[in-house]
Design a protein around this ligand. Structure first.
Ligand code: FAD
Ligand code: NAP
Length: 333
């Protein structure tokens, strides 16, 4: 176990917090023992994957446990499905690519999302019309209050839009150790998002590898690489508003970007922020990204409080202009 450990290189916003204690667990028993020790000693516990959805605002006064469990296994099922389990510390993108190479399909739209497999259920990661809940089967997690392993079915995970039970009632209670997906052995591409369909329109019958490559290329063209320009992806969730509020806004702003949603109408938060003139604005080393206004970047030397200050200014302005509340997507510590 390390002490007074810098976390700057462990979070993709590159924020300068430290952990009083730090342990990288690559074995299940090691993780269980560390959780037990933290419980006995009453140390606060911060569970860390790739640090790509975290805003660290202060030094952490307890144990930061980085989950580095590795391994992928599979079990063919009857019919067209295969069950694939990955340990929580596997890289998400590496896992997606591995599945593609094995001929296990469904996750192609989720290529190039940073972070670990173990964090993927926390916010039910999604992109280009696919969310992990579409292929999720079950997960295993250590209950921090008892130290015991527990299984969660899809229903028990309570998945929603960038949401799950692990952000609500189960917040800070479970350490996910393994996630199991049910994937297809015959590809069925999801090209519902216009940008993807357009990127593949030159091919008569695109396959899953074409889809994977198109997602990777679109993301590389539009999103800043955290290794070059530190960020945590979308800083705010897309807000869902009522039909009534949407109609009013659409009358005022005919070019408003919005999509149907089971709970109302989903507005593109990036459009609202750009329309309000925030693109490129920089404050305290933090800037609204030039190519995608939903992304805040650390241009160098920013601290967590600088990130939250700019985010707060944007939230207040969007509320005042459009009457829409923006919710922060990453976890703030
Ligand atoms: P971390 O940032 O380490 O942790 C995030 C949260 O999960 C924390 O609360 C942490 O305590 C908890 N956690 C992590 N691992 C575990 C575990 N094993 N058990 C219990 N709790 C755990 N997200 C999307 O949904 N779609 C996207 O398209 C997308 N694109 C992105 C693009 C970029 C450039 C970046 C930087 C981020 C993007 N994200 C996206 C956000 C992020 O990549 C995902 O949320 C990812 O799942 C976070 O994984 P992580 O391992 O880095 O989690
Ligand atoms: P985009 O294609 O420019 O689209 C802008 C917004 O419109 C997206 O947020 C998306 O919502 C929504 N959208 C577009 N087409 C849609 C459709 N057919 N049906 C419903 N909603 C639609 O977005 P982008 O910034 O380039 O990102 C591409 C994808 O990667 C998006 O799905 C986005 O969520 C995901 N992404 C997520 C993060 C993150 O950190 N969470 C970071 C980067 C990219 P949704 O966001 O609901 O899909």
């Amino acid at each position: 176990m390390e002490t007074n450990r810098a976390l700057r290189d462990e979070n993709t916003l590159h924020l300068p917090a430290r952990a009083l204690r730090f342990l990288r667990a690559d074995q299940l028993d090691q993780a269980r023992e560390a959780i037990e020790l933290a419980r006995e000693q009453r140390w606060p516990l911060l569970v860390l994957g790739g640090g790509s959805n975290l805003v660290l605002t202060r030094d952490f006064p307890g144990l930061c446990l980085q989950i580095a469990l590795a391994g992928i296994s599979h079990r063919p099922l009857d019919g067209e499905w295969v069950e694939v389990s990955a340990a929580a510390g596997e890289s998400w993108h590496g896992f997606v690519e591995h599945c593609l190479m094995q001929g296990w399909y469904g996750l192609e739209n989720l290529a190039l999302i940073p972070g670990t497999v173990g964090a993927s259920p926390i916010q039910n990661i999604g992109a280009y019309g696919v969310e992990i809940k579409d292929f999720f089967h079950e997960l295993e997690a250590i209950d921090r209050t008892t130290g015991k392993l527990r299984r969660f079915t899809r229903a028990q995970c309570g998945f929603g839009y960038r949401d799950s039970v692990f952000k609500r009632d189960g917040r800070d209670r479970y350490v996910i150790t393994q996630v199991t997906f049910r994937l297809r052995r015959k590809p069925r591409l999801n090209l519902a998002y216009g940008a993807l369909a357009q990127a593949l329109s030159h091919l008569e019958s695109p396959g899953p590898r074409d889809l994977f490559n198109a997602v990777v290329a679109l993301r590389r063209a539009k999103l800043p690489d955290p290794a070059q320009l530190p960020n945590v992806g979308s800083f705010f969730k897309n807000p869902v508003v009522s039909e009534g509020q949407f109609s009013q806004l659409k009358t005022q702003y005919p070019e408003l970007v919005a999509f149907p949603d089971p709970k109302g109408v989903k507005l593109a938060a990036g459009w609202l922020i750009e329309k309000a003139g925030w693109k490129g604005v920089c404050d305290g080393g933090v800037a609204v990204h030039e190519a995608q206004a939903l992304v805040l970047v650390n241009r160098g030397g920013a601290r967590g409080e600088d990130v939250l200050r700019l985010a707060g200014r944007i939230q207040a302005d969007i509320q005042a202009r459009f009457g829409v509340g923006l919710e922060i997507e990453p976890r703030v510590y």
